[in-house]
Design a protein around this ligand. Structure first.
Ligand code: ADE
Length: 247
């Protein structure tokens, strides 16, 4: 996959994409990420990229020219598949990002992320260049860089080969209605805090049952809103009823 990021802070973005799993995915060329300075495309001699809003009001708006030119540049000078590329504008006004959307976007060949600043970008940019407006949550950040980083991270780990295959499958089912069960590692006794006995038993079936039980319990407690009733087994339903009657 090719990802081009249009930003006013390319050095910051480069840093974020230079660690851990995303770094390894880049080294293996499972994902190619390039960050482009929008300011470099400004035609005015001060390199300014924003201006006052027509109609008045507070804040500044990012002007269309540098963004249109940066966008055209990445379409023409990178390995993007032009006809298929999706241009994502990071904005709190967008559709909410989710694991499902990360999985969907990980299937694309080419993505462009546009990171806005100030009060946002000129509407003509959105109308002409943007295919997807996406928000990472109902709060307003100072710019689109952190949202783009969040999305690129979540998308990258869903590209086949980036994680061990079985993990990504787990993930799909995890977000299919249940939170993950708790994890433990060595030591079995840390300052008197013990790992649940069943996990040390080597009894595979019992471990699976315990994990499912915990997943159902965690989900009921923390995120009952994500439960998909049609994915539950009759044993799960029994458990949920037990939790509910205890309350
Ligand atoms: N830009 C500013 N806030 C944002 C958010 N919550 N999601 C995506 N882009 C943003």
């Amino acid at each position: 996959m090719n990802i081009e990021v249009l930003t006013l802070f390319p050095e910051m973005m480069e840093q974020i994409f230079s660690f851990s799993i995303v770094k390894r995915a880049r080294e293996k060329e499972l994902v190619n990420i390039h960050c482009h300075q929008i300011r470099d495309f400004a035609e005015n001699k001060h390199g300014s990229v924003d201006d006052y809003p027509y109609g008045g009001g507070c804040g500044m708006v990012m002007t269309p020219q540098p963004i249109f030119d940066a966008h055209e540049y990445v379409l023409q000078n990178t390995d993007l598949v032009k006809s298929e590329v999706r241009t994502i504008y990071c904005t709190p006004k967008g559709r909410l990002f989710s694991q499902e959307l990360a999985i969907e976007l990980a299937k694309e060949e080419s993505l462009i992320f546009l990171c806005g600043h100030y009060e946002g970008v000129d509407q003509r940019v959105i109308d002409e260049l943007v295919t997807d407006e996406i928000s990472i949550g109902d709060y307003v950040l100072t710019g689109g860089e952190l949202p783009a980083a969040v999305m690129v991270d979540a998308i990258s780990r869903m590209i086949p080969g980036v994680l061990r295959e079985n993990i990504s499958f787990q993930e799909e089912s995890l977000f299919d209605g249940l939170l993950e069960y708790p994890h433990y590692t060595r030591p079995a006794d840390f300052r008197g805090l013990k790992v649940p006995e069943v996990l040390l038993s080597g009894h595979h079936k019992k471990i699976q049952e315990w994990r499912r039980h915990k997943a159902v319990q965690e989900t009921c407690l923390k995120r009952p809103d994500i439960i998909k009733p049609d994915r539950l087994t009759s044993k799960d339903v029994e458990l949920i009823n037990q939790f509910n009657t205890k309350e």
